[in-house]
Design a binder for this molecule. Structure first.
Ligand code: FAD
Length: 620
């Protein structure tokens, strides 16, 4: 029996209520909404409990979805029937495909969102989702039963003594666990401006034996557009041909709103240097690690001391608000310093801050405490997803949520978990990195994290994942039918090209040359004019990248032969003679499922793997 974190057969007071579900999801942010929806698509009866119904799907920081590597993740979430892609297509105010001039593996969709519109789109979707019961509840404890050597989750306890019973629970509490916000010397409890914090869940996890650590993240000030002199800034328009995120949509027709660019300067940097002693990150008030790639302005000034300016993007927060997000100047400096900084930036000299920037420190659970299905190793049936796992970003949270929610529902049904491989998706890379390597700073996705990124393009996420999603029940027939139709069109076009003779060779050989344009191909083969741009892209890239792709495929096949060597969960590393103590400890803690995963644990050497393999093949 475990402290207060116990299974109670009956509610603890006569007034307490008891509700029964297949899956309980705690927190309706980006991870929680995808988790609930994925579990519901798999037929589970889901309770989605969240502290405040008015913040379902809220964007805590940047009002934007996608970006480099993140855009690819949103396309994958969509390919598996998730929510994010359709919500941003419906509410985006500026769409851009980043890295257009680079190869297709680097093309990354990003859209500025109408923040409130996005949130309402997600909320409305969830409210109408068959199988989801969305309830405003603050979860204060976990109901856990000791089942032999292992603890089993049995549900959650909410403020007001309601029991939500379920054999699978997904925690997606974001930045809210024992959270403290900092603006200069001022410290307040809360996971997001205007909101409170959650203490009970941290206490429950600690009592159950989980290690918790702390990270920090920050957000910039928001300005009133009326007080900005846009004439002194640079215009940044959206794309002329905005591309949707969702494979269900063929275009974006809503009008686009421009963003603007301005810069900091040496006067701003001098002011920040003079006030560093008042910055919580430098005064010693905050000790936890923040996102290295998304530093605060005070961090940038210190770390990149030789740079005399930093770019700032002025991004509207929506169509019906004058709030403007100042991307690039995240800060927890005191309010008076934030005001003074604005006076020195071109275009912002007379700007009025509507919300001051701040930093937040919060508990997270190091993700090497999870199995690849995102279930905790310590408590059977308990899944964690999103920022609670030490990640940052809406997209990373959504991806984990979808997988954890699906796996909670699959477990409730007694089915095998959904584990995506590194060669199938960025989602697979994300989860494998988290559970195998853990994190020592807030984790965000980069294209460089994916060794097979030529395969994991934003344009082919449906071709990689939708069939699998359909087989599992995550993807409905209509979405699957679109894929089948698209694959048939791609195959037909490739066949027409292969069987045509052009300049002494096949059409395929001709198209392989980078100088060949599609218009030229259509001149020779008029039937090709009938295909949609999405089909044309697939045909061109399939043909042009065939050589690279088949080389990557050979690598994957080799890797898979290795990875097929499974390691039983009862396997004892302690008994392997000659295995280094550090390797024994790491392997016992992570419990890799197979040799492939074992080999990717940081600090595990090829020599360690050779010993494990030998022991697996010839146990004593
Ligand atoms: P959240 O979106 O935070 O959702 C958690 C949900 O859980 C909330 O709805 C909350 O109400 C609910 N909840 C919490 N505790 C309970 C409880 N006990 N009972 C019921 N419900 C509960 N990301 C970036 O990529 N770049 C950035 O620069 C960046 N800066 C940030 C700055 C700030 C100040 C904050 C707060 C976040 C920032 N983020 C940033 C992170 C981004 O907001 C998160 O990555 C993303 O929202 C995580 O999604 P999530 O679903 O895990 O959590």
């Amino acid at each position: 029996m475990l402290a207060k974190t116990i299974l109670m057969a009956t509610p603890s007071s006569p007034s307490a209520c008891l509700y029964e579900f297949d899956v309980v999801v705690v927190g309706a942010g980006h991870a929680g909404t995808e988790a609930a929806a994925a579990a519901a698509r798999l037929g589970a009866k889901v309770a989605l409990l969240t502290g405040n119904l008015d913040t379902v799907g809220q964007m805590s920081c940047n009002p934007a979805i996608g970006g480099v590597a993140k855009g690819q993740i949103v396309r994958e979430i969509d390919a598996l029937g998730g929510l994010m892609g359709q919500a941003i297509d419906a509410t985006g105010i500026q769409f851009r495909l980043l890295n257009r001039r680079k190869g297709p593996a680097m093309h990354s969709p990003r859209a500025q969102a109408d923040k409130r519109g996005y949130q309402m789109a997600i909320k409305e979707t969830i409210e109408n989702y068959p199988g989801i019961h969305l309830v405003q509840e603050l979860v204060e404890d976990l109901l856990v039963e000791q089942d032999g050597p292992r603890a089993r989750i049995r549900g959650v306890l909410t403020r007001g003594d309601a029991h939500y019973r379920a054999d699978t629970v997904v925690l997606t509490t974001g930045t809210f666990l024992q959270a403290i916000m900092h603006t200069g010397e001022a410290k307040t409890e809360g996971g997001r401006a205007g909101e409170g914090t959650t203490k009970g869940i941290s206490g429950a996890l600690t009592r159950l034996g989980f290690e918790l650590r702390r990270f920090k993240t920050g957000t910039p000030p928001r300005l009133n557009a009326k007080s900005i002199d846009f004439a002194a800034t640079e215009l940044q328009p959206g794309d002329d041909d905005p591309q949707p995120f969702s494979y269900l949509n063929s275009g974006i027709t809503t009008p686009q709103i421009p963003c603007y660019i301005t810069y900091t300067n040496s006067a701003v940097h001098d002011l920040i240097r003079a006030n560093l002693h008042r910055a919580p990150m430098y005064s010693g008030q905050i000790n936890s690690t923040g996102p290295r790639y998304c530093p605060s302005i005070e961090d940038k000034v210190v770390r990149f001391a030789d740079k005399d300016r930093h770019q700032l993007f002025l991004e509207p927060e929506g169509r019906s608000t004058t709030e403007v997000y100042v991307n690039g100047i995240s800060t927890s400096l005191p309010r008076d310093v934030q005001d003074s900084i604005m006076r020195l930036i071109p275009g912002l000299e007379n700007s009025q801050i509507m919300r001051y920037g701040y930093a937040v420190e919060y508990d997270y659970s190091p993700p090497d405490q999870l199995t690849p299905s995102l279930e905790t190793k310590l408590v059977d049936g308990l899944f964690l997803a999103g920022q609670i796992n030490g990640t940052t970003g809406y997209e990373e949270a959504g991806a984990q949520g979808l997988l954890a929610g699906a796996n909670a529902a699959l477990k409730a049904k007694g089915s095998e978990p959904l584990i995506l491989t590194r060669d199938s998706s960025y989602m697979g890379v994300l989860v494998d990195d988290l559970v195998t390597r853990g994190v020592d700073e807030p984790y965000r996705m980069f294209t460089s994290r994916a060794e097979y990124r030529l395969l994991l393009r934003q344009d082919n996420a449906d071709r990689r994942l939708t069939k699998l999603g359909h087989e599992l029940g995550l993807v409905d027939n209509a979405r699957h039918a679109l894929l089948v139709e698209k694959e048939a069109a791609i195959a037909a076009a490739k066949e027409q090209i292969e069987t045509s003779r052009m300049e002494g060779g096949t059409g395929t050989k001709h198209l392989r040359r980078t100088a060949t344009t599609w218009e030229e191909m259509c001149g020779h083969i008029p039937e090709l004019k009938a295909y949609s741009p999405t089909v044309v892209d697939q045909v061109v890239w399939d043909i042009r990248y065939e050589g690279y792709v088949s080389r990557q495929q050979m690598q994957i096949d080799r890797q898979q032969r290795m990875s097929q060597k499974r390691i039983p969960s009862t396997f004892s590393y302690e008994r392997i003679r000659g295995l280094r103590t550090e390797a024994k400890q790491k392997l016992s803690r992570i419990q890799p499922l197979n040799i492939d995963q074992a080999g990717r644990i940081s600090g595990i050497t090829p020599a360690d793997i050779a010993l494990v393999l030998a022991h697996l093949e010839n146990p004593p």
